[in-house]
Design a protein around this ligand. Structure first.
Ligand SMILES: [Zn+2]
Length: 67
């Protein structure tokens, strides 16, 4: 499986094949800098979905008829 990584040193995107047996790359193949690669999720970045808590104060606060 291929993953995209952004190098913070040379600002290039490198595609690295990373399998289950391969450790995460710590060296940029472009410029050779170490520890500058950050995972680039690209289009695969999951959209942060925010679910509002609805119905918390639903109709639970119905009042009993006052006397
Ligand atoms: Zn680099």
């Amino acid at each position: 499986m291929f993953y995209d990584f952004d190098c913070t040193n040379c600002n290039q995107t490198v595609e690295i094949e990373k399998g289950m047996n391969n450790p995460a790359p710590d060296k940029c193949p472009k410029c050779g800098a170490v520890g500058t690669l950050e995972r680039n999720w690209g289009n695969n970045k999951p959209i942060a979905t925010v679910y509002k808590c609805k119905g918390m104060y639903d109709t639970d606060s119905r009042k009993v008829g006052s006397r």
